[in-house]
Design a protein around this ligand. Structure first.
Ligand code: 13P
Ligand code: SF4
Length: 311
């Protein structure tokens, strides 16, 4: 307890000294969310990063979020507490393979989810997050041929709500694909008035059970404004920290994974970041996110296009 208090004070002191700003995703450990200047979903973090004036950004999230911030702010120092914080979904889409997929489907508009490497972003026409995917897809005329990558579940979901027939890359997130439909159905019987909140990276069979499908920010918003008192949360469990803070009298039940022996509704990458690593990265100004300048140049336009459309 006192160690956390000390490290908190030290982080705040270093933050002042370096004129840094701390951004944290909702999947970060609670104490990291609590010390951040801004918390948000991946769209909000990109929007905030694009408007900051401070010279140093510490992005507490995973690598692709740090890369997005760096691409938007090439002149700033972007730090990330642990460089190994990858993303299984981004890893499921190799840039060279994705290029072949694009070449095999000429004349298609390429729409990618932000959960991708900078190399895949550089091959993309416009990026989306789970907050704005529907809006951005619908901004194209109905007969536009579209390639969508890398998340097959989000892609399927967007196809089903828009009536489009986008060609999908076959990628997925290991956290969102492992929720147990049977156990969630069991929880619904146990808590008949509970609402099921699901991220669109979950499988279709789960989304069918959901009362609300949306990005982390959309699920949080729904929980805050809903008359319901109980919620089954089918996304990474870090979001429950802010849900519980904003709604102290409501009950949030993490959706159980298929394998009850693992804590696999935690994203092991997101949870690599700790207060100690946050302190160290501010102190040493390392690890720094760097993106090859040629790739960054190509990746900037599709990110900016996304920000323009979702303003
Ligand atoms: P959001 O865009 O909803 O914050 O999701 C990011 C993510 O990594 C989902 O797994
Ligand atoms: Fe990537 Fe899944 Fe972790 Fe989100 S929860 S950062 S999609 S591995």
């Amino acid at each position: 307890e006192s160690d956390i208090k000390n490290i908190r004070e030290e982080i705040l002191r270093l933050k002042e000294e370096k004129n840094a700003v701390i951004l944290a995703h909702y999947y970060q450990k609670g104490e990291i969310q609590d010390i951040a200047d801004y918390i948000g979903d991946s769209l909000a973090l990109a929007q905030i990063a694009s408007k900051l004036t401070q010279p140093v950004i510490v992005l507490c999230g995973v690598n692709f979020m740090g890369e997005t911030a760096k691409i938007l702010c090439p002149d700033k120092t972007v730090l990330i507490p642990d460089m190994d914080a990858g993303c299984s979904l981004a890893d499921s889409c190799d840039a060279e393979e994705f290029k072949k997929f694009i070449d095999d489907n000429p004349d298609h508009t390429v729409i990618s989810y932000v959960n991708t490497s900078a190399g895949v972003k550089a091959l993309t026409d416009v990026l989306v997050t789970s907050s704005n995917a529907r809006q951005i897809v619908e901004s194209f005329p109905e007969d536009t041929p579209i390639i969508f990558g890398p998340d097959r579940n989000l892609g399927n979901y967007i196809n089903s709500v828009t009536g489009r027939n986008m060609k999908l890359w076959n990628g997925a997130c290991h956290v969102h694909e492992q929720f147990s439909i049977e156990k969630i159905a069991g929880l619904k019987r146990q808590y008949p008035s509970a609402k099921v909140l699901a991220h669109p990276e979950c499988k279709k069979q789960l989304l069918i059970l959901a009362d609300k499908i949306g990005s982390t920010a959309a699920l949080l918003n729904y929980a805050v404004n809903s008359d319901a008192n109980e919620f089954i949360v089918a996304t990474e469990s870090g979001i429950i920290h802010e849900m519980q803070k904003r709604c102290p009298d409501k009950t949030f039940i993490p959706a159980p994974p298929n394998d009850s022996t693992c804590a696999c509704n935690d994203c092991s990458y997101m949870k690599l970041n700790t207060m100690q690593k946050l302190y160290d990265c501010l102190k040493n100004e390392s690890p720094k996110v760097e993106v090859d300048s040629e790739i960054a140049e190509k990746a900037r336009r599709p990110i900016e296009r996304m920000l323009e459309i979702s303003e």
